[in-house]
Design a protein around this ligand. Structure first.
Ligand SMILES: [Zn+2]
Length: 307
């Protein structure tokens, strides 16, 4: 699958990690024009920028179309914004230019600069509209199962994360990319340097050949599901909260913040489970792992209230 230029900016295509998109000003609406940092975040739902739509067309993967939100869907989006940590709620009003929803989007989400030429960078988030109809366990199980080939096996991977709306998690993850891109948290924070050698190269202490093959990585592969237990046993020895978080340092932070907020602050469950013919054969609860919890202190900046 083709990947477009990175431009040295924080750009994230999430859920399948398939696309990055060049930052270009919208032709139909100059960035900054009409942008109001005081407007409520949930009112910033707009059409998708033309350059993002063009990327999908040029990639030939899909022809997504604009999704008009129902009142119920708008309520879900507003509730998801309300569930963000304090640092997000301080940074986003000045940095989140807009958010849009597409039907038929091949990946789950995309965070891109609204205009790379602006010194005060603003971001646009594009989301797959189907996320609004899924709960968290459905969304994450579907995403995780893309990593494994179940042919000839009775084993199945699932993520047990309760029935909260998936949009809460997706927005937490994507807006953490915006906060990260605005404050330049990666790669210079201890959170990142303790676990990574390079953007996609895990630090030697946690490096594992099986994790390096995960489908979520750009050069990853679909593994036989019978190897899933070995994959998650390898993950268990690392500080990463999810397989997706082990793919690069930006998603490591986004996943850690999202899961911390969901489990520690919103009381949601999080278990990675492998079942064989319906019977539980393996389970791992990343947020109970000492090596994962070791990094919780480094997330405190997301919860500091201005003094
Ligand atoms: Zn991401």
């Amino acid at each position: 699958m083709r990947t477009l230029p990175f431009l040295g900016l924080l750009l994230a295509a999430c859920a399948n990690e398939t696309h990055t998109v060049p930052a270009m000003p919208r032709q139909d609406e100059p960035v900054g024009g009409g942008f109001d940092a005081h407007s409520p975040l949930e009112t910033r739902i707009t059409a998708t920028p033309v350059d993002v739509l063009r990327m999908f067309v040029e990639d030939g993967q899909a022809s997504p179309t604009e999704h008009a939100l129902t009142p119920e869907e708008r309520r879900k989006v507003a509730a998801a914004f309300a569930a963000l940590p304090p640092l997000h709620r301080r940074i986003l009003p000045e940095r989140l230019h807009s958010i849009s929803f597409l039907d038929g989007m091949p990946n789950g989400a995309l965070t891109s600069p609204a205009d790379a030429n602006e010194p005060h960078r603003l971001f646009h988030i594009t989301l797959r509209a189907g996320v609004l109809r899924e709960n968290l366990s459905e969304f994450l199980t579907q995403k995780e199962q893309q990593c494994f080939d179940t042919a000839g096996s009775s084993r199945r991977v699932s993520i047990e994360a309760g029935t909260m709306d998936a949009i809460v998690f997706v927005l937490l993850h994507e807006t953490t990319h915006v906060v990260d891109g605005s404050l330049r948290l990666t790669p210079d924070s201890a959170f990142t340097t303790s676990a990574w050698s390079e953007r996609t190269l895990i630090a030697p202490a946690f490096r594992d050949p099986l994790l390096a093959k995960a489908k979520f990585r750009r050069d990853g592969e679909v593994l036989p599901v019978d190897r899933a237990e070995a994959v998650y046993s390898a993950l268990e020895r690392t500080p990463f909260v999810s397989l997706y978080g082990s793919s690069n340092w930006s998603d490591d932070l986004a996943e850690a913040v999202a899961w911390y907020q969901l489990t520690e602050r919103l009381g949601q469950p999080y278990r990675i489970v492998i079942r064989d013919q319906g019977k539980e054969a393996f389970a791992y609860e990343p947020m109970k792992s000492p090596v994962v919890r070791n990094r919780f202190d480094q997330l405190s900046k997301f919860y500091e209230e201005p003094g």
